[in-house]
Design a protein around this ligand. Structure first.
Ligand SMILES: Nc1ncnc2c1ncn2[C@@H]1O[C@H](COP(=O)(O)OP(=O)(O)O)[C@@H](O)[C@H]1O
Ligand SMILES: [Mg+2]
Length: 198
């Protein structure tokens, strides 16, 4: 099991990761494309791939576990470059080389489906809000039951795979934030950052 320095990270709660990009030969001079609470994304410069520096165990598992959800709606990870240092949060930084993704274009087919997903997920959260920490997992499961809009077959199986992964690793889903859903160049909706640890 990879050591993320659990315990020291529990109190960390900034909106955006404050750390400088860790020193690493692959990252030297690369342009930063995005940054969230746990990750920094840099352009590899080849138009196809990015370097994603993750500090959340949830993200590392999602991108590297043998039983991670894969297929049309999940990001392709090419290389796990391993541990590259310590984040201020106490978690370890891991460097992944993965496919470049893009923000949703408003009104696109992917954006319409993303809106349906977040709306149905939110309805599930409201329905199970008395469950506390389990609310998000139930809301995620709710998306797979057929009560929500009828997703196409591949989206249906992506949702089932994501829900099973969340249960298996005891994670929480995070598909409400628009920037956690992205698209490939060809417009395919991708769950780029759908999980976090509580
Ligand atoms: N594969 C990618 N290609 C390009 N940009 C990305 C990619 N993944 C994430 N990003 C950008 O980086 C930001 C942070 O990534 P995200 O996975 O949401 O990290 P966090 O776990 O910190 O929320 C996103 O908001 C998005 O703009
Ligand atoms: Mg995010």
């Amino acid at each position: 099991m990879v050591n993320f320095g659990f315990g020291t990270a529990a109190t960390y709660a900034a909106d955006v990761l404050p750390d400088p990009v860790p020193a690493h030969p692959l990252l030297d001079g690369k342009q930063e494309l995005g940054r969230g609470q746990y990750s920094i994304v840099l352009d590899k410069g080849d138009g196809e791939r990015v370097y994603k520096i993750v500090s959340s165990p949830a993200d590392y598992w999602l991108h590297t576990a043998k039983d991670r959800p894969q297929g049309k709606h999940f990001p392709v990870v090419y290389v796990d470059h391993g541990d590259i240092g310590q984040a201020q949060s106490g978690y370890r930084f891991y460097l992944l080389e993965m496919e470049r993704l893009y923000p949703l274009t408003p009104e696109s087919q992917a954006a319409i489906v993303a809106n349906q997903l977040t709306k149905a997920y939110w309805e599930g959260c409201r329905r199970w809000n008395q469950l506390g920490a389990c609310m998000g997992r139930m809301a995620m499961y709710h998306l797979t039951t057929g009560e929500t809009p009828s997703w196409d077959e591949q989206m249906q199986s992506a949702l089932k795979a994501l829900s099973a992964f969340i249960e298996e690793y005891q994670l929480l889903p995070d598909i409400l934030k628009a920037d956690n859903l992205m698209v490939r160049k060809d417009g395919t909706l991708v769950f780029s950052d759908p999980v976090f640890v509580s």
